[in-house]
Design a binder for this molecule. Sequence first.
Ligand code: S3P
Length: 448
Amino acid sequence: MDQLIVGKGSSLHGRIRVPGDKSISHRTLLLGALAEGDSVVRGFLPSGDCMATLRCIEALGIQVEEHGDNTLTIQGRGLRGLCRPDQPLDCVRSGTTMRLLAGILAGQSFASTLTGDEQLLRRPMGRIAEPLRKMGAQITTRDGRGPLKIRPAKLHGGEHTLPVASAQVKSAILLAGLYAEGPTVVQQPGPARDHTELMLAAMGADVRSSGLTVTLTPRSRELSPLDLSVPGDVSSASFPLVAALLVASSEVMVEWVGVNPTRTGLLDVVSQMGGEIAIDSESRQGGEPMANVTAAASDLKGIEIGGSTVVRMIDEFPLLAVAATQAKGATVVRDAAELRVKETDRIACIASELSKMGAHIEPERDGFTIVGPTPLEGALVDSHGDHRIAMALAVAGLVASGETIIDGARCIPDSFPGFVERMQEIGARMEWVWDRGDCHGPSREREL
Ligand code: S3P
């Protein structure tokens, strides 16, 4: 049993920081491994998903020194310095690990296999295998899913028009492009997160973006090492911020959050819904903008979301659904069929779990409609093994009457280790209940 128990909250207050950005942390490991020399990364996110990437690059012969305080030195061995792994590389539950590594491994002179747990092996991998094959990669899937078996191949550049806006697919192609002959061009249907391009450019790669087109031209010279501080993850910051919007009389600041515009769709949307959100003290680190973000309790109204906003908040829809239950009128989400192939089918899962709490939510093929405001009731709900569903339900629990019990909450550290502690710090009533002897975390008595 691993449950999170949440009680209805009194107001939330404080200034907190959230752990480092997950997407950037993955990329520091993967690109740091390919750089010539030592990269230093501060504020690395030691989440389940990023640790899967770290173990994979170690299995590829890269040494990573952990200095405490989430600072790492990654001893890059250059573009051709990876070693053949002895065993299949275990990406655990991390889609980013499997897809980005596939791009890198497609151009190596050794064979490799990428595998993961049952949840990851259900996710679509044809979306990377097909463009990589078009570049000459020798890659086999199991009916379009992992494990992926990759054999040595000579790659060539070319043009790719992506059917869906996906940073993972774009990144896999660009990373393979580092090993290709001739330029690789990716046309995106929407503005997927651009951390790979920013980081590659900072390392001296010839990568240029113009509108939704990205072009990478391989160079004969090596990538320079990184020296960067990872900003707080805006996807993680969204949980305390939305909680502050929903719980009466609250005001919470999250400091030092990454506010790359390809990631801030939720902040824009909740502002349009009437949420009081302030972004200040903006600065820049290695091409990535960061800022302090403050949210205060607000009356929200329903909104329609579709088009290019969707990709800019693709991970935030379970949380947006919770906010929508408290907003006046209808919130309609469209063009978001991608939600069905995330860690879980997030449309089906959030609809089934919020319904248990009394929400009026109608799932659709490519989104959902929620009519609010609805007084939520505490209930026994299920994370379905999905960290973002678990944390969204925890925020719902703060506005629900009585007690909300979230089953299977142990997945939360896949992206946000310390979530419960950060939420407690701002005054949220939440407590883990784990069976004594469970090796995944401390066992604590229930204290609500
Ligand atoms: C990610 C891209 C997104 C996002 C995921 C992380 C990344 O996936 O949902 O959590 O780091 O590139 P898609 O690119 O598949 O949309």
